[in-house]
Design a protein around this ligand. Structure first.
Ligand SMILES: Nc1ncnc2c1ncn2[C@@H]1O[C@H](COP(=O)(O)OP(=O)(O)OP(=O)(O)O)[C@@H](O)[C@H]1O
Ligand SMILES: [Mg+2]
Length: 396
């Protein structure tokens, strides 16, 4: 016979009678009555169902119970099997083994398997306190599970919101870029034509000189709007991701004075990539390079684009100061978090490694044609409204 572990202080058996739904796996009618008597004695009014077969137990599990009490040995069935079935049902109902004789090993195994308690039939005085404690523990567990599920649901909603926002931001960028192209770009180009004409036809030298100065100003304005447009919606993407990244890295080097090397390998057939992949790679490179200029204090950056074995990899490595977990946990930093979301939207992922030698960010995306990401479709303008190459206007 085993010595049961000592219990912590017993829950208060308040004066009020508790009404509980008790499922009792018990072969002996006498033992069942005895158990109910103990419950009554401890002010527990049980709405009890006694059963002893596996089939009856499985049927009964469809209903709600506050506790399952079970004998260790049943005809053709056992308490341990019942415990397994209860666990498999996913229901958080406390399970108490009550047996004539249960060895220490069996009791330990049962507790490890999720039994709330093991009692001896010869010591049923402990039944009510054990039962109330088990019910309390199950309630706590249920509350925790509920909180976990709520948290998971809210995280899912947040992810969906982030996706939605990103799609809207892209769509908005396209719309603004198109307006700059059509309205601002068109007008500036017209002014540039006129100024060029005036400069050519002006008979008064001072007028011709003024016209040339104005032409220079307009040319700068055209360049600025082209730059803004490129940043908003890289029309150069229509010429291919490789060209777009080449353009981006060259501009980055020129603007920041950081030696920037771009290489690509095996990037072909980009038209057949799943929707959104090229834009995701482009935006990832954009954010990674912005981070290098803002935080890394680097003197060199390598940007590599590789498509091999059906996976696209974009790698941005710098030789800067590196980053820490605290950097990534900053409350108001959204760049890298956004990259994870973006990658996720096209079925990809981001790896970030950092050390004394600098930081490396890698985006990997499986390239299955017609793959997971349909979400970016919404951000694409219809083919006939896609931006023309911005470099096409302003060339007089
Ligand atoms: N290449 C890098 N080298 C060193 N530190 C970096 C690098 N990239 C990011 N960090 C660190 O990680 C932090 C988080 O970067 P993240 O891009 O998420 O946010 P952020 O750049 O601070 O703000 P934003 O939301 O505008 O992107 C940065 O604040 C910086 O401390
Ligand atoms: Mg950033």
């Amino acid at each position: 016979m085993i010595q049961m572990p000592p219990h912590r202080s017993l829950p208060v058996l308040s004066g009020a009678t508790r009404h509980l739904r008790v499922l009792h796996l018990e072969h002996s009618q006498i033992d069942h009555r005895l158990t109910l008597a103990h419950l009554r004695h401890g002010r527990v009014e049980a709405q009890a169902l006694r059963l002893e077969s596996k089939a009856a137990f499985l049927r009964a599990l469809a209903q709600d119970w506050d506790v399952v009490l079970s004998d260790y040995v049943l005809p053709g069935f056992s308490g341990m099997q019942a415990l397994e079935l209860l666990k498999a049902s996913g229901k958080l109902i406390p399970f108490i083994l009550i047996s004539n004789e249960i060895g220490e090993d069996e009791a330990v195994a049962a507790m490890r398997n999720g039994a709330s308690d093991c009692l001896l039939k010869s010591n049923l005085d402990r039944l009510v306190p054990a039962l109330l404690r088990a019910i309390e523990a199950a309630e706590t567990q249920r509350a925790r599970r509920h909180a976990d599920e709520e948290l998971a649901r809210s995280q899912q909603r947040l992810r969906e919101l982030a996706h939605h926002l990103q799609i809207n931001v892209e769509a908005e960028r396209v719309a603004i870029a198109r307006e700059i192209h059509d309205d601002v770009g068109g007008s500036l180009t017209a002014v540039k034509f006129d100024l060029a004409w005036i400069a050519r036809h002006a008979n008064i030298p001072v007028v011709a000189e003024r016209a040339l100065q104005a032409l220079e100003t307009v040319t700068q304005a055209i360049e600025a709007s082209q730059r803004i447009m490129h940043n908003l919606r890289p029309a150069i993407l229509e010429q291919g991701l490789v060209a777009a990244l080449q353009w981006m890295t060259q501009r980055f080097e020129k603007r920041n004075g950081i030696a920037t090397h771009f290489s690509s390998f095996g990037v072909v057939d980009t038209q057949r990539w799943p929707a959104g992949v090229a834009l995701t790679a482009y935006r990832t490179a954009q954010e990674a390079l912005t981070n290098v200029s803002k935080h890394a204090q680097a003197s060199r950056v390598e940007v590599g684009l590789t498509a091999a074995r059906g996976v696209l990899s974009l790698e941005v490595s710098d030789n800067g100061r590196g980053l820490s977990q605290q950097d990534l946990a900053k409350d108001r930093s959204y760049g890298i978090r956004g990259l994870h979301e973006r990658a996720n939207m096209v079925g990809g992922w981001i790896d970030l490694t950092s050390g004394a030698g600098g930081t490396t960010l890698i985006l990997s995306v499986p390239l299955r044609p017609g793959g997971r990401n349909q979400t970016f479709e919404a951000s694409r303008p219809p083919a006939d409204t896609q931006l023309n190459d911005p470099t096409a206007w302003g060339n007089v």
